[in-house]
Design a binder for this molecule. Sequence first.
Ligand code: ADP
Ligand code: MG
Length: 140
Amino acid sequence: MAVERTLSILKPDATKRNLTGAINKVFEDAGLRIVAQKRVRLTQDQAGAFYAEHKARPFYGELVSYMISEPVVVQILEGENAVLKHRDVMGATDPAQAAEGTVRKLYALSKGENSVHGSDSAESAAREIGFFFAQSEIPG
Ligand code: ADP
Ligand code: MG
């Protein structure tokens, strides 16, 4: 298995409830390493563009409003099989469906306010890392 990188976002419900350390402990305990990280307040345009794939979905407007409601932490996680490992430890989108011990089972409030984002493929990871991080901010 190859060492990969993936994009992680600690969403507004997580920063608001002071859960960023607790959530990152779950990721670090799973063998994922934070190699770049910043706390930012997204603009409406950024949040809308980041979630452009969901533009036609009924929850899109609510999702964009939520994502700009508080700061988020955007970070690059690195590890063996990081994309899939991160998705596994995040848990299902809906916390009611999430497995025991996953971040969303432990901390998510609802299907919308579900604490974390993670890239869903290697291709998404490359695109999403480039969306948030300049080349000069990404360690070699
Ligand atoms: P994931 O984040 O698990 O990859 P999706 O890509 O399907 O999930 O959706 C992106 C985000 O949109 C979710 O994490 C969640 O915040 C929000 N979302 C998805 N489905 C719903 C829904 N039915 N109602 C409200 N918000 C939703
Ligand atoms: Mg997704």
